[in-house]
Design a protein around this ligand. Structure first.
Ligand SMILES: NC(=O)c1ccc[n+]([C@@H]2O[C@H](COP(=O)([O-])OP(=O)(O)OC[C@H]3O[C@@H](n4cnc5c(N)ncnc54)[C@H](OP(=O)(O)O)[C@@H]3O)[C@@H](O)[C@H]2O)c1
Length: 342
């Protein structure tokens, strides 16, 4: 039987990826610091508690070896080197990267987006041969680029598929962008504001589609970087309408030309001035990939139900501390009403 070790197994991608591998006859060891398990996993999934930052811990769970090591939580060159150091016992790797490694033809990236004219102007759709940011230790994106560079260079020792994920969504997400509209609907907000004419597109990636890419890449080792996004990239106005449809509510949308009028008014997690839309044809060609969910909206019932459950009886900042940390106050209704009133 083929053996897979999955690091970061109890996170949003990990839960789905472990499930997809186990149901495809992989013998799976699901690794996280807490050593938890998802109640939906087949019983023969083994769990292991290990912190990949502890010297020797990852080597310990790999043990005599595995056919594939799937890594959800690799961030920089040192994690790449850690994986490559296990190459004598690991057949191949599948590692989650991010579309934030991309740089536009003028050197603009997500790191420059706050600068004047700093938002990257990417081709639509963007393929994997788009240039990438210079690796370094300065940001999440430069570290992901460093991770990629080390792993791609070591492909002769450890064949590695890097999956460049878009805006991840699904159950168990700790920073669900959908919260922005779900909570407004739960709070009975009759109107919402969307900057950039509601046309912003920031390519989503459902955890089940990413898990399918993991499953296919595990069976077809190779050294490559592939986009990992949904088949469609709806506009933020379409996302909002799809969430309304799942929740059975009607909301008036007020469209604004240009950027959000202030940091806490209309600045949804998808509201970008230029489209970020990726091409999936390389994964289709190289892995025979077909999405599990054919449309972004197909994943929403599960995601919305998960968010509603997590919010029940709790302040959103308590339910989603990482969301608050990342985006700040997403629900400044007083500022929103003042703007609409004016
Ligand atoms: N969120 C997005 O929109 C987005 C977009 C592009 C790419 N990504 C990438 O997606 C990946 C994150 O995946 P995710 O969202 O599924 O993660 P997640 O939901 O935050 O879960 C993280 C998982 O990793 C485990 N973990 C964390 N630190 C660990 C360590 N030191 N040793 C062993 N296990 C550890 C956690 O469990 P314990 O806490 O029990 O250890 C948990 O199982 C990252 O590579 C990120 O760059 C995210």
């Amino acid at each position: 039987m083929r053996r897979a070790v999955v690091v970061g197994a109890t996170g949003q991608i990990g839960r789905a990826a472990v499930d997809a591998l186990a149901r495809d006859d992989w013998e799976v060891t699901a690794v996280s610091r807490g050593g938890g398990r998802d109640e939906g996993w087949p019983e023969d999934v083994r769990v292991a508690a290990a912190d990949r930052e502890d010297e020797g811990a990852l080597a310990g769970v790999v043990g005599d070896g595995c056919d594939v090591l799937v890594d959800m939580v690799a961030y920089g060159p040192s994690h790449a080197r850690q994986l490559v150091s296990l190459a004598d016992r690991v057949g191949s790797a599948v590692v989650i990267s991010s579309i934030s490694v991309y740089e536009d033809d003028k050197g603009r990236t997500f790191d420059t987006q706050e600068e004047p004219d700093g938002f990257p102007q990417y081709p639509v759709p963007m393929a994997e041969d788009q240039r990438t940011i210079t690796p370094g230790e300065t940001s999440y994106s430069t570290r992901k680029a460093g991770l990629e560079r080390e792993l791609l260079a070591a492909g002769d020792r450890l064949p590695t598929t890097l999956l460049r994920a878009g805006a991840i969504h699904g159950p168990h997400c700790q920073t669900p962008r959908e919260l922005y509209f779900v909570k407004r609907n739960l709070d009975g907000r009759p109107r919402r504001l969307l900057p950039f004419g509601g046309e912003s597109r920031f390519h989503p990636a459902n955890v089940h589609n990413i898990a399918e890419l993991v499953r296919l890449a595990a069976a077809r080792p190779g050294t490559r970087a592939l986009n990992a996004v949904d088949p469609d990239a709806p506009t933020v106005a379409e996302i909002a309408a799809a969430i309304d449809a799942v929740m059975g509510v009607e909301t008036e949308t007020v469209l604004l030309e240009g950027p959000p009028p202030s940091p806490t008014v209309g600045d949804t997690p998808w509201s970008v001035p230029l489209p970020v839309v990726c091409d999936m044809s390389a994964a289709e060609r190289e892995l025979g990939y077909r999405p599990v969910l054919a449309r972004y909206a197909d994943g929403l019932p599960e995601t919305v139900a998960w968010i509603e459950g997590r919010l029940a009886g709790r302040d959103w900042r308590e339910a989603y501390p990482k969301m608050f940390q990342t985006y700040g106050d997403l629900f400044d209704y007083a500022a929103e009403d003042a703007f609409l009133g004016a």
